[in-house]
Design a protein around this ligand. Structure first.
Ligand SMILES: NC(=O)c1ccc[n+]([C@@H]2O[C@H](COP(=O)([O-])OP(=O)(O)OC[C@H]3O[C@@H](n4cnc5c(N)ncnc54)[C@H](O)[C@@H]3O)[C@@H](O)[C@H]2O)c1
Length: 475
């Protein structure tokens, strides 16, 4: 988009936003909006969920628990087959989740987009990765919006849930709908409605289900916000209304940038304190006793997952379009992406202290998922760490109770299978490197059977020191 278009769009937006702030929440509704509102209030509206991945599936559970029938659409036929057969494809959701969904008569999984014509609300939960040059890759959002434009009809609410830069819903999605053959017969705000409500999934955390995590809701106009609020307030405990889609889009980015920057801060602190022989984990625990003005963040081997390493750069890119720079984001990116190298340096020094070189040493990487207790390896720093170790001549294997095979990743192809964890395996290693601290691992065994443990997560803290025979190094 040219800067001139961006300025035009932002002028258009600010006038819309003023209106939306002035007139929330009891907006005047068209007959189509009133009819949809009625269906949402009495829970007879059919909800379509597009993208049946880490975000889409937990959301479906919340919507079904809220009493609405659901159509789940994905372009990946294997996911539809698995859902129909009750086969789990996201481990941390558990086999029961998939069994229950397969038996649920009010949930229809499909790879046929035409079925979405029946949906009164369509929620898009598709990926928002980065391109080769760290630019936002909106292709999944744009493709699924094109698909929606082919089933668009009077009385539909469309909500984007994917994380993205401010303006995506209004400046990228709305024009696709407006200029489609069906959209040309309809008017946004009168016949159909568009909103943004970011997902805040916390994979693997027990009890923090989609239904209990508060949800932000911002429409392109007050009617769209009212309709989206009517839906979400029936499926999540707290739906928080904001004055525009752009506020909701920006708030989601702020949440993730806040994490990226604070993790970078403790990662930097870790490297400095290590030189002074001060344990950063003890320092963080000590600072956390302050009951105000402090919130703990923890260091690690580098950022992972679909969100924190990627989303901040959506704002950096957008900021350049309006002539601004995002120095915090760039600096945090720099510090966090140096962490795999820092870990390798610590492993190298630790081996050196044992009179060994990294080249030729056997290193077992413990945990390749990007966070504990899940089977998601997207953007996991483990892949880069393994490649750096191999580049330096180490003989690398891994153990991860949640990932029996090393999955193929966006930037990495690593042909390894998880090694069973037993005393023999541990004894045969020159170094055991903990990258992800899954709870299912027997850390007592790791501490008693290994020679050297390099721990990037403070995982060994749970083993009483007298039971640890290995030399421990934090990284
Ligand atoms: N995973 C998380 O913890 C998390 C948390 C908060 C927000 N988010 C955001 O939510 C969005 C989705 O992430 P995710 O982790 O669920 O991704 P995912 O890869 O697990 O799932 C996305 C699904 O969308 C499907 N898909 C892709 N294009 C499609 C299309 N045109 N039509 C229909 N289906 C299509 C894919 O086949 C896949 O099943 C992203 O924007 C992400 O940043 C993710």
């Amino acid at each position: 988009m040219s800067p001139a278009t961006a300025t035009r769009n932002s002028k258009k937006r600010s006038s819309t936003r003023t209106t939306s702030r002035a007139s929330a929440p009891a907006a005047r509704m068209s007959p189509a909006a009133s009819a949809l509102m009625k269906k949402l209030v009495n829970r007879t509206a059919t909800i379509g969920v597009v993208g049946l991945g880490y975000v889409g599936l937990p959301l479906i559970r919340a919507i079904r628990d809220g009493g609405f029938p659901v159509i789940g659409y994905d372009i990946d036929q294997r996911k539809i087959d698995d859902l129909e057969a009750g086969r789990a494809y996201i481990q941390h959701l558990g086999p029961r989740f998939f069994k229950d969904l397969s038996k649920d008569r009010k949930f229809r999984p499909t790879a046929n987009p035409r079925l979405l014509e029946e949906a009164d609300a369509i929620l898009l939960c598709v990926p928002t990765p980065l391109g080769k040059h760290r630019e936002p890759d909106l292709s999944f959002v744009l493709n699924s919006t094109r698909m929606v434009s082919e089933v668009l009809r009077e009385g539909q609410l469309i909500v984007l849930e994917s994380t993205t830069y401010p303006g995506t819903t209004r400046d990228e999605m709305l024009p696709i709908l407006e200029h489609s053959p069906r959209g040309r017969q309809l008017e946004h705000g009168n016949d159909y409605f568009l909103a943004f409500s970011p997902e805040r999934e916390d994979p693997g955390s027990i009890g923090r289900t989609a239904a209990v995590i508060p949800k932000l809701v911002g429409g392109l106009d007050p009617v769209a916000t009212d309709l989206a609020m009517a839906l979400y307030s029936r499926v999540v405990k707290t739906a928080h209304r904001v004055t525009s889609a752009e506020v909701a889009e920006s708030a989601k980015l702020l949440e993730n940038i806040f994490r990226a920057v604070n993790i970078a801060l403790v990662n930097e602190m870790k490297t400095v304190l290590a030189e002074m022989n001060i344990d950063v984990w003890e320092v963080i625990a000590a600072a956390s006793t302050k009951p105000f003005g402090f919130m703990p963040f923890y260091p690690g081997p580098g950022l992972g997952g679909h969100c924190i390493p990627l989303d901040p750069f959506y704002l950096s890119w957008k900021a350049r379009e309006v002539g601004r720079t995002t120095r915090f984001i760039e600096l945090a990116g720099e510090v966090n992406s140096a962490m795999p190298h820092y870990v390798i340096e610590r492993v190298q020094h630790a081996l050196n202290d044992d009179g060994k070189s990294l080249s030729g040493s056997k290193v077992l990487v413990m945990g390749i998922a990007y966070k504990k207790n899940i089977d998601d390896s997207r953007e996991s720093p483990a892949a880069e760490i393994i490649e750096l170790l191999r580049d330096r001549g180490a003989v690398v294997s891994y153990h991860d109770p949640h990932l029996p095979h090393f999955p193929s990743m966006r930037k990495h192809r690593i042909d390894l299978k998880s090694k069973p964890l037993n005393a023999g395996t541990l004894r045969s290693q020159d170094c055991v490197l903990i990258v992800t601290d899954h709870d299912a691992v027997d850390y007592d065994l790791v501490g008693s059977a290994s020679k050297l443990v390099v721990d990037t997560r403070n995982a060994m803290e749970r083993v009483p020191p007298k039971r640890v025979k290995a030399r421990l190094v934090k990284a």
